[in-house]
Structure formats: C-alpha cells, structure tokens
Design a protein around this ligand. Structure first.
Ligand code: SF4
Length: 355
C-alpha cells in the first residue's frame, strides 16, 4: 500500500522530530551542482527537511555565566545533532524505503571540513556534495533565514537543528513561507553579538530566489564569528582568562578567513601542552578542551560552543518571544532576565579573585 505525506509527517512527529517539510526538486534549480540534492541522488523528486528544537534551557548556564557543559553536550553539537535527530531521521528514511522508494538520509554537519577531491568520472560532480541545509529548510517551507543567517521557524525562532532525506518519492511540496514572516529586522542579533562584531561582511547581503519569493540576509563575517564562537575570544570565555593571564586579544580587530579562525581557535581550545606547576592540566585551555570532550569526544572530531550564540540565537529568540512572533513561549517570561556579562579582551595578569 502507498504511504502518504500525512503518514510520513505523523511518523516523524511520533518519533520525536519537531519539524517536517517537503521541497520538490524543482525548488533547487538555482543551486550549484556541488550543493544540489540531485548530485547525490540523480533521480531525486523530493527533499524532506526535518528538525528538532534546541532547548531554550540549553543556553541558561552560558547566559548566566555559570555553566557551560550541557549546551555542547546536548544542544549545539552533541546528542541533539548526532543522536536525537539522527535516530528518527533514519527510521523515517527506512519507512520510505519500506514503501519502495529510495531514501538518502543526509547528515548536514561540518561542510567546511570537507576535503577537495577530483570527480570520480568525467562530467561527474566532485565529492563531497554539500546540501545547504538552511536553504533546503526554506525550500521545504519550514522557515526563513533571518538577518543573522540563522534559520528561523515560526515555532522556535532560531532554536533548531535541521537534517534531510533526499528521495525519489514524489511528495506534494509544502507552501513557502513569505519572507519577513518571522525576522522583523530588529537587529538584536547584531547588538547582542559581543562587542558588536559586524554581522555584515563588506556591507553585503546574500539573496536567493525560490519560485516567486526572494529571501535576503546579511553576509556574516565568519572569521570573527568563528574566532568568537569556538574559543578564541577572551570576552566570552572565563577559561581563557584562567589559562592566559596577561594576554590581550581583540577579536573585532582580526580579519581572518573562517578556515584560519578555526585553525587558531581549535588549536587553542583542543591542544595539549606539557603539565607544569603553573598549568598542571596538560591542556592549552582546559575549560574548552573539556567542553569538546563532553560534546562528542575531541578524538571523534566533535564540535563545541564557547560563546553560545549570544546575539544570533539568545538575543534573537528573546526578542521574537517578546513580540509574539514565535509560537513557543515560556511561563517565566523573558529569557534575558539579568544584566548580561562580558569580559575584557585584555586578560588581567593576576586573577581578580578565586572563586
Ligand atoms: S535578531 Fe532575529 S529577528 Fe531580529 S533581525 Fe536578527 S535574525 Fe531577524
């Protein structure tokens, strides 16, 4: 018996997925070949995009400046991205194959880590193809991309992770969301970003067209963003202050590429050093290193989040909840309840005081 889109949607919901939408393959007509779902499955007719929420409480400890581990472990990269979404995604793909259609479960992580390889045969697309999952989410009618370049949904604002299934099953696409339905250009993502790191690179925006709709967002300065997010910014890391007394590093004055920023921030955060009486841990920045280990395991290549998306996530959903622009709200009121903390980029030579 044929399976319907409604049955797929219900299965996804019962399996623990919060978001489900379908794009037909025609909506990817503007995608470059190395980002096109049909470069993975040439017979693709549909792309199902699914998502699961990032819990608001996942950021509470970072917002208060008191507790870092669970955001990385559950929400940013760890169990949410590698397990909570993947198990139901895989089961959904199996269900599609049980009904005679091929289903490619697509893992949307870490595009920047993909090696450059030559094509395996003449005329083929070089591996690895990388589907832009946020654009796929827009094409599947789940949400839109906010000014911050973060994917926003009506249900959770910026709080979700997305993955996809590419299939040759023909499925009726969901309607596209009208641009501006969620993002109101409030710019809290910019003002909430530590030290107002310019969100917009070279005053440029990115625009895409899907059917009759144009979606536009800021071209984010990913070098600064990566340095800040992954452990290169003393303003957002008490762990840098502990391990580099006397250092001064102003992220806003750096002009690195995203790759160079990763190289610096990950080396600092994950690297080891000899154990000495001054720094007995044997790690360059002990606090960051443990975050990565608690995330997915540093040896397994798991990622970690130090800065915790102060502007593009926390300021954004705080604003969207207040304005009633998203559905999930909370009885306790605003997420941001107290004055926000930020440390100096000049790390004092002597610690201000022991906890
Ligand atoms: S904070 Fe969110 S809603 Fe406001 S402009 Fe940025 S992305 Fe849009």
């Amino acid at each position: 018996m044929a399976i319907t889109k409604q049955q797929l949607r219900e299965f996804a919901g019962k399996s623990g997925l919060d978001l489900f939408g379908v794009a037909n393959i025609e909506r990817f007509s503007g995608a470059p070949p190395r980002m096109h779902p049909a470069s993975i499955l040439p017979e693709a007719r549909s792309v199902i995009v699914v998502g699961k929420r990032i819990m608001r409480g996942g950021w509470r400890g970072i917002e208060e400046g008191t507790y870092w581990p669970n955001y990385t472990y559950f929400d940013y990269h760890g169990l949410l991205n590698s397990f909570f979404i993947q198990a139901p995604l895989y089961d959904l793909a199996c269900l599609i194959e049980d009904h005679g259609w091929e289903a490619v479960p697509y893992y949307s992580g870490v595009p920047e880590a993909q090696p450059d390889c030559p094509p395996v045969r003449e005329g083929a697309v070089a591996p690895n193809v990388h589907l832009a999952i946020r654009i796929a989410g827009v094409a599947a009618g789940i949400g839109e991309i906010g000014w911050s370049k973060v994917f926003l949904t009506k249900k959770f604002g910026p709080r979700q992770r997305l993955h996809a299934i590419i299939t040759d099953m023909p499925i009726e696409p969901d309607p596209l969301i009208e641009p501006g339905t969620i993002c109101d250009r409030c710019m809290h993502c910019v003002s909430g970003c530590p030290g107002a790191i310019p969100h917009q690179k070279n005053a440029k925006t990115i625009k895409i067209q899907i059917e009759d709709k144009t979606y536009e967002w800021a071209d984010v300065d990913m070098g600064k963003c990566t340095l800040m997010y992954h452990g290169g910014d003393p303003r957002v890391s008490p762990f840098i202050h502990k391990d580099f007394p006397g250092w001064c590093f102003d992220v806003t004055k750096q002009n690195l590429s995203e790759e160079a920023a990763y190289k610096l921030a990950w080396t600092l955060s994950l690297g080891h050093w000899r154990s000495t009486p001054e720094f007995p841990s044997g790690r360059i920045i002990e606090g960051h290193s443990y975050l990565a280990q608690w995330g997915m395991g540093e040896k397994e290549g798991g990622s970690f989040g130090v800065e915790g998306s102060r502007g593009c996530m926390r300021s954004c959903f705080n604003h969207l909840e207040k304005r009633g622009r998203i559905e999930q709200t909370f009885k306790g009121g605003d997420f941001i309840k107290r004055p926000r903390w930020i440390l100096p980029c000049e790390v004092p030579k002597e610690p201000a005081g022991k906890p």
